[in-house]
Design a protein around this ligand. Structure first.
Ligand SMILES: [Zn+2]
Length: 312
C-alpha cells in the first residue's frame, strides 16, 4: 500500500513538473516570437529610412545638377548673346565703312597653298590687319597645316579643286562637281569649315574645257548654284600667273584696274616661288587704304562676280 501511494504521488509530481515545463517553454516561445517581431520591425523601419534618405539625397543631387545645368546654359546663352551683339556691331561698322568707301577690294589667292609663298602672304595680311580669300588646290599633309592656319586666322577658304588638270576636271559636269566636293570634304575634315565658295579652274569663262566637254561651263555655272555653291570669277587680274614677271608689273596691273563704287575681286596666286606677288602685296594694300578702299574677304553674303560664259 505504501509503495502504491508513493508511486501515485511520484506520478502526480512528474505530471506537475511536465505541466510547469510546458508552460515555461510556451512562455519562452511566445517571448521569442515577440522579440523576433520587434527586431524585424525595427530593421524594416531602418531600411525604409535609409531608402528615404537616399531618395532625398538623390533628389537633392538631381536638383543641384539641374541648377548647375541651368546656370551653365544661362552662362552659355549670355555669352552667345554677347558674341552675337559684338558680331552685329562689327557688321554694322563694316557696312558703314563700305558705304563711305571708294570701293571694296577682295584679294583672292588661287592654286595654293605652298610652303614658301602662303606663309609670307598670311604674315603680310596679318600685319596689315586685313582678310582675304584663298581658293585652295590639291591636298597633302603639308598643305593641311597651311589650310588650318588660314582658317585659324579667319581667312576665307574657297575651293579651287582637288586637281587643276583641265583634262580631268572638265571631262564632264560630274567630274568637275566631284573635283569640288573632294576638296570640300578634305577642308572640312581638317578645319571644320564647310566651304561652298568655289572658283572654277581657269574661271567660268575658260575656253579650254570645250576641248574636253563642249558646253560644260554652261551646265556647270547653273549646276554649282543649284547644288548650294556660289562661284566667284574676278574683275581685276594681277596677271601673276601670266605675263607679270616682277612685283612692279603685278602692282601696276592691280592698281590700274581698280574701280570705285564696285566690288573689285582681284586674282592673284599663292603658288610656289611667286615673289612678284609677295613683294607687291604690301604696296597694293597701302594703295587701297590710301585711296579710300576697304578690304574684305568673300563671305556667303558677298554678291557673286561672274564672267560671261563663252564655252558653249
Ligand atoms: Zn587656278
Amino acid at each position: 500500500m505504501l509503495l502504491k501511494e508513493r508511486m501515485l504521488k511520484g506520478k502526480e509530481q512528474l505530471l506537475k513538473y511536465r505541466y510547469i515545463l510546458i508552460v515555461v517553454l510556451g512562455i519562452i516561445i511566445i517571448l521569442l516570437i515577440i522579440l523576433f517581431g520587434i527586431i524585424y520591425k525595427v530593421n524594416a523601419n531602418n531600411k525604409q529610412n535609409v531608402a528615404l534618405n537616399e531618395e532625398e539625397q538623390n533628389n537633392n543631387d538631381v536638383m543641384l545638377v539641374d541648377m548647375d545645368t541651368k546656370n551653365e546654359l544661362k552662362e552659355e546663352t549670355k555669352q552667345e548673346q554677347k558674341q552675337e551683339q559684338e558680331q552685329k556691331k562689327e557688321e554694322e561698322k563694316e557696312k558703314e565703312e563700305e558705304a563711305s568707301a571708294t570701293g571694296i577690294i577682295y584679294l583672292t589667292f588661287d592654286d595654293g597653298p605652298s610652303s614658301d609663298t602662303t606663309p609670307q602672304i598670311l604674315d603680310i595680311l596679318e600685319q596689315k590687319k586685313i582678310k582675304a580669300t584663298f581658293f585652295v588646290l590639291h591636298y597633302s599633309n603639308q598643305n593641311e597645316e597651311l589650310i588650318k592656319r588660314e582658317a585659324s586666322l579667319g581667312e576665307t577658304i574657297g575651293l579651287h579643286g582637288y586637281t587643276h588638270a583641265y583634262d580631268q576636271v572638265y571631262q564632264s559636269a560630274d567630274t568637275c562637281m566631284e573635283n569640288f566636293r573632294k576638296i570640300q570634304e578634305q577642308v572640312y575634315q581638317s578645319t571644320g569649315v564647310k566651304s561652298n565658295i568655289v572658283r572654277f579652274p581657269g574661271g567660268s569663262s575658260n575656253k579650254i574645257s570645250k576641248k574636253y566637254c563642249e558646253g560644260v561651263m554652261t551646265d556647270l555655272t547653273t549646276r554649282v548654284v543649284n547644288e548650294g555653291f556660289r562661284y566667284f570669277d574676278w574683275n581685276v587680274d594681277s596677271d601673276d600667273a601670266g605675263k607679270a614677271k616682277n612685283s612692279e608689273q603685278v602692282y601696276n596691273n592691280v592698281v590700274s584696274s581698280l574701280k570705285a563704287n564696285r566690288s573689285n575681286v582681284v586674282l592673284m596666286h599663292d603658288f610656289t616661288k611667286n615673289e612678284g606677288t609677295i613683294n607687291a602685296l604690301p604696296s597694293i594694300i597701302d594703295y587701297g587704304i590710301n585711296n579710300g578702299y576697304v578690304f574684305r574677304k568673300i563671305t556667303d553674303d558677298t554678291p557673286m562676280v561672274k564672267h560671261v560664259v563663252i564655252n558653249n
